[in-house]
Unconditional design. Structure first.
Lengths: 323, 356
């Protein structure tokens, strides 16, 4: 809103700047200096350099032996090294499970806590938010404990409650069964839903109450109101969370690294793209190839973001566009 | 007529009652979800104070406990739960072990002397007595060398928070108050850095820091924080735009320059937003893992809590209780800070999340 307004204002016809305007611009640039320098030093130049690195066979331990090899790294990554494709597919597979569950759960919490009928709203909000504060490494270790196949409480509770054999090597091996491990990792993520929950809550509170009143007069029930008013009205928030979630998933690294040092246990299922990138770059120190993988990730991220933004016009509702 | 009127009269009551029922139902649902959500937390706390021996024994309870013992005439005897001939089951201390008959003593009534019992004592189950090991926290504290990790993390978090807030405030002031050619393009560039995967810039940056001799020190982690990050600038700019320009102009007429206005008008007005940005960065730094992992590899004396905890987990993977204790220790400071400042913090989340 403020952004587009600002753009409108700036589009004044080009005239020569007066001395006062020049002075103002100089002051402004001075204040922008940390960003301008940082952008050059930590974003633009490293990105270009990263591309240059990808054309070399390069190990930082022996920088003198760096050899220009053209697009060999790129050829290897795209056509020869199956692990690149596999780890990317694993990352997408995991994202396809963890993002809908994570977003769904945070939206569910937000709708629940936005209800007029919840007592102690603020206390609930604080308690649901609290685990988001716990450092991720600790989150992973606590959850790995509670999901332990022998002694974890989750399996004990499931077995006591349903009678299904859940404990032990014949039971639910959350972290060792290739079919379950993505769901286990998804559960770690549920302790980080605080931010999304707060943002959804703010989005829900921004839905005009007249809409609900009108729907109630028309006799719409709770589910109809949810489907026809609430969800469409907060699609911009869902969209924003989805974009951040997809980019975040591409860089998913911490849990597999903490739990198995990136071995991919079980059966390579947790060797995600970022884990493979780390292995190539900082275990094998083949940084030319690592830079190639990083650039490929950038291209993936760009394609996914463009695809998401392209899809936005079909499902994201922007009130301001209808003016 | 009278029959038709009745439901009309009763209507306000039913509405009230219905409201009450949905309040109970929805609050109950929220409580149930919260209960499930908190299971791992309770597990972590309970496991952290368990005794070491509990993990390897079958039949050990879920709560922290030791096997029951009773001191009888100067010697410790193990307590078993013994089914007696009269149908009762009592907890008795085993004094004389025998293949087919054993002698027990009742811990509640040792004066009564030995109780003879027919049966194989090996088939009896041990009893467990509650025995939380609060000292596990102290043990984890020293084993992991927590004071050092804590000091490293606090120093890192405080310095980078200062740098992040200062630089973001300067840049946000530039974006909010000055007409600069191409400002919108610059602003868009800044926002786009937020969704740029960090890996793309990592390798050349690492190489430069390596050449500078900074790898193995905190400098690669601290210095970039002083060059303003997109989200922080965005949040502060949004806030600065709400500060009335008249204040700036009044100060300008009084002869104040841009720096003077920044320090004596903008910053004092923006304390809530600055606090929010500071908290965001503080938590970010407390949680930071990938950066320290790469730049501090092989320098355990410089590790922050996150990397130290991971190394600890690899070394002591069998000491489940100590790992849980150390994990909880690492969460104490962020949770306390969060409780002290949650209002400002949550407002900041809303600004960055909804207005973009």
């Amino acid at each position: 809103m403020s952004l587009s307004a600002a753009i409108q204002r700036e589009k004044t016809p080009k005239v020569k700047m007066t001395d006062i305007q020049k002075k103002e611009a100089r002051w402004g640039l001075l204040f922008l200096a940390p960003f301008l320098i940082g952008f050059l030093a930590f974003y633009l130049l490293p990105m270009i350099a990263s591309f240059v690195f990808s054309l070399y066979d390069f190990n930082p331990a022996v920088p003198d032996q760096a050899k220009f090899i053209g697009f060999d790294n790129w050829y290897r990554a795209i056509f020869l090294d199956a692990e690149v494709r596999l780890s990317f597919m694993r990352t997408l597979h995991f994202a396809a499970i963890s993002l809908p569950i994570g977003l769904g759960f945070s939206l569910f919490l937000a709708i629940l806590l936005n209800s007029r009928n919840v007592l102690g709203k603020n206390l609930f909000r604080t308690l649901f938010y609290m685990p988001t504060m716990i450092p991720l490494v600790a989150v992973v270790l606590i959850w790995a404990g509670v999901l332990n196949e022998q002694t974890g409480w989750i399996n004990v509770l499931i077995e006591r409650a349903t009678g299904i054999k859940a404990i032990g090597t014949q039971g639910l091996r959350w972290l060792a069964d290739p079919k379950l491990v993505y769901y286990a990792y998804t559960m770690f993520g549920l302790w980080g839903v605080g931010n999304a929950m707060i943002i959804f809550l703010a989005g829900l509170q921004g839905v005009p109450t007249e809409l609900y009143e009108a729907a109630e007069i028309d006799g719409a029930n709770w589910f109809q109101r949810l489907g026809s008013i609430t969800l469409p009205m907060i699609t911009p928030v869902i969209f924003y969370q989805l974009v951040l979630g997809v980019i975040g998933s591409l860089q998913y690294f911490l849990a597999p690294f903490v739990l198995n040092r990136g071995t991919g246990f079980p059966e390579g299922m947790t060797r995600f793209y970022m884990v493979y990138f780390y292995k190539q770059s900082f275990s094998f120190f083949s940084m030319g190839y690592g830079a190639t993988l990083a650039w490929l990730m950038f291209i993936f991220a760009l394609v996914l973001t463009i695809a998401l933004f392209g899809s936005a016009k079909y499902w994201v509702y922007y009130a301001s566009e209808e003016k | 007529m009278a029959v038709e009127k009745k439901p009309l009269k009763a209507a306000p009551m039913t509405k009230k009652a219905r409201n009450f029922i949905s309040t109970v139902a929805i609050t109950g649902l929220a409580l149930a979800v919260l209960f499930l959500f908190m299971i791992p937390m309770v597990y972590g706390i309970v496991t952290a104070v368990k005794t070491d021996s509990q993990f390897s024994k079958t039949g050990a309870p879920w709560w922290p406990a030791t096997e029951g013992k009773f001191n009888y005439e100067g010697k410790d005897y193990e307590i078993y739960s013994v089914p007696l001939p009269d149908g009762d089951t009592r907890d008795l201390a085993l004094v004389v072990k025998g293949r087919e008959r054993s002698s027990f003593v009742d811990p509640d009534n040792p004066e009564a002397g030995l109780i003879e019992w027919e049966g194989a004592w090996r088939q009896l189950e041990r009893t467990w007595a509650p025995d939380p090991q609060w000292s596990n926290f102290a043990k984890a504290w020293t084993t992991i060398n927590f004071p050092l990790l804590l000091r490293n993390t606090v120093v890192y978090a405080v310095i980078t928070t200062f740098g992040a807030v200062m630089s973001a405030a300067l840049v946000a002031y530039g974006f909010a108050r000055f007409r600069i050619p191409g400002k919108n393009i610059l602003f868009m560039l800044m926002i786009s850095t937020v969704i740029l995967p960090g890996a793309v810039t990592l390798i050349p940056t690492y190489f430069v820091f390596l050449k500078l001799g900074w790898v193995g020190t905190w400098l690669p982690l601290i210095v970039p924080a002083f060059f303003s990050w997109g989200t922080n600038v965005f949040l502060l700019r949004q806030f600065f735009l709400t500060i009335p320009r008249e204040l700036d102009e009044a100060a300008m007429i009084d002869g104040a320059g841009p720096f003077r206005i920044f320090f004596s008008i903008i910053l004092p007005q923006a304390v809530p937003a600055l606090t929010a940005v500071g908290l965001f960065h503080f938590f970010y730094a407390w949680n930071d893992f990938f950066g320290p992992l790469i730049y501090l590899a092989g320098n355990p004396d410089k590790f922050p809590i996150t990397v130290g905890l991971t190394a600890f987990n690899n070394l002591y993977s069998q000491s489940t209780n100590l790992i849980q204790a150390a994990s909880l220790l690492s969460a104490v400071v962020p949770i306390i800070v969060f409780f002290l400042a949650q209002r400002v913090f949550m407002q900041g989340i809303v600004v960055t999340g909804v207005e973009k």
